[in-house]
Ligand binder design. Sequence first.
Ligand code: 4AD
Ligand code: MG
Length: 431
Amino acid sequence: MSDQVFIANFKDHIGKEVTVKGWLYNQRSKGKIQFLQVRDGSGIVQAVLGKGDVPDDLFARCDHLPQESSIVVRGVVREDKRAPGGYEMSVKHVEIVQESQPYPIALKEHGVDFLLEHRHLWLRSRKTHAILRIRARIIKAIRDFLDNDGFVLIDAPIFTPAACEGTTTLFAVDYFDEKAYLSQSGQLYMEAAAMAFGKVYCFGPAFRAEKSKTRRHLMEFWMVEPEIAYGTLEDVMQCEERMICYIVACVLKDCRKDLEVLERDIAKLEKIKAPFPRISYDESLKILAEKGNALPWGQDFGAPHEEILCNMHDNPLFVTRFPAAFKAFYMKPDPSDEKYVLGADLLAPEGYGEIIGGGQREDSLERLEKKIAENKLPSEAFSWYLDLRRYGSVPHAGFGIGVERTTTWICGIHHIRETIPFPRMLERIYP
Ligand code: 4AD
Ligand code: MG
């Protein structure tokens, strides 16, 4: 039928006869009237079917139609403030495309293992739908922000010869007769691209064999990594701040209904305003000690430490000047005290913790060679990277924003696994 209308566009079709192609989300009958909740991917509408509107045998079939049967419904759109979604359809015709087998995900609570096992079907549920629409809006916001700010999209390879973020979390694969690794980060390639294009970014999957089973870790996640030639730590922090404010504003403007489905406390998102507070690693340690969660100098934060720090503010919090000892080999030491690096993490509020990592890169050939040796990284694999310091090296800086961590925070949900269509986790690679 050519006059298919998406439920999301019903406001332009009030009083008109339209066709909705979708699936039966729920059904209830009151004698001679049936209420079919039909979803079409863009929304859910209540289709009201009266006895006599369609042939009796079809009316009877609809009365026992299993959830998720695929149906095409034709009828007149009516505004109805009481109806979920604000519209109803008075049905004139129903076509049953496929009568579903009994659907495993009933409209009741299921355990999370069961839902993850049925993730391919769980995608159809209201909550997942809301989260993944917000995820899509966040990705669009990030890309629009960077595209409008003069960044050029340059993609990075997925098969790589070496580690970017530490050798302990690499996924190795056979690359014909060689070993290759799935990319942990596109950063090193973006440094090359920044020397060619000035301001660049990549957007792709990142793979980390992290043996941690936490609510913030995925084995495969998506990351956007901007890199700025002649950029400094200060430049990237300001860029991050503007980008986060833009993302939050876009979601608040375009995803109200989805946020409501998730029962997100919208007031908390409305409080996000630049400038974001900043503290140094050393200042953080003092606060953590005062709050009874002391951490020895030189150790990285764990989730509980980040949680304490980011719960102190309504806005995201920058933590700067980490000890060089536990940060990546490419980070530039702070010239005023080389124990520290010119790096910053951005911690989301409400206990969510790190969503962005970034900073200024080591730009001296000699020092970078030394760092690669100290970290026992295979120097041959980094020869190309060192060329960037041989031929026109400049100060430069960049960051990586985790799409799923950001989505978890903005949606206000507990676990990162719900923010990616098909999560890859420590004990799960199905479906
Ligand atoms: O802090 P990370 O490891 O930094 C980098 O990869 C840099 N090379 C980025 C850059 O400067 N270009 O990772 C960046 C972000 C984290 O802040 C987090 O949001 C996300 O990537 N991330 C993860 N998200 C989900 N699961 C994991 N296992 C993640 N590891 C990092
Ligand atoms: Mg990090």
